[in-house]
Ligand binder design. Sequence first.
Ligand code: ADP
Ligand code: MG
Length: 277
Amino acid sequence: MTAPTQELRPSRADGHEPAVRLDAVSKVYGRDLLALDRVSLSVDKGEFVCLLGASGCGKSTMLNLVAGLDRPTAGEIDTKGGRIAMMFQEPALFPWLTVSANIELALRVKSSTRSTTKKERRERATELLEIVHLGGFGAKRPHELSGGMRQRVALARALAQDADVLLMDEPFGALDAMTRDLLHDELERIWRERELSVLFVTHNVREAVRLGDRVVLLSSRPGTVIEEFPITLPRPRRTDSGEVAELASTITARLREEVLRHAKPAKRPVGAGAEHG
Ligand code: ADP
Ligand code: MG
């Protein structure tokens, strides 16, 4: 059950309305480093899409382009005028500000067109901290929190921007498995409640299967979409469940094939050499 990769899904006709659409997007760095090669992909409204690929295949490049932090060399990106928030592997909080002030700052930036009072922002920050289960931690400084708690603050800050689309670049990659599990649950709940569209980058296959409505596999550099896997397992899923493991191993096999193909481009058929990794 694989969708054609280079084809865009028609909008609306079949009930799908894209929130983000990439059309034949390429990115060249410098003179000739082709990072992305004609990537076409759409994320529907309310859809959770996981982007999976080996390190260096252009995943971060893709998110940066969608976020508007950089421009594609060719192709088009349409974010349908939606508000975009981004979350990185490192929470990047201001260490000298309290947790609450870090979020209030995002609220102030967001509301630059409409003036909000300090009190309103403080109250909103408190609400957001409660959403990510950090009620009562507003007065702490980032260094007083664990890695998982800091990532929750970063999530609250992303939510402060009232985004329609959440771009997440390996946001839980540095966390231990148990903390990651908790954050998966919380992210799933928030995604549902707020009807967010999420583009979530990871190189962790199980994480992709745990979270995604669809897992999109990118080739090694230059990144291009090689396969899409719709994930229809009922939610909430458990990362350590048999069904997740089974699907993950199918996807891993496909990913490994791609990495091997890339590592040995000359002549040797896939599977002829020693297996590793
Ligand atoms: P991923 O996130 O999948 O690991 P990246 O998008 O970070 O991959 O990088 C894709 C390729 O583009 C890599 O070869 C990387 O070295 C290169 N690259 C990324 N950002 C830049 C940049 N700003 N300037 C030059 N090369 C870059
Ligand atoms: Mg990256």
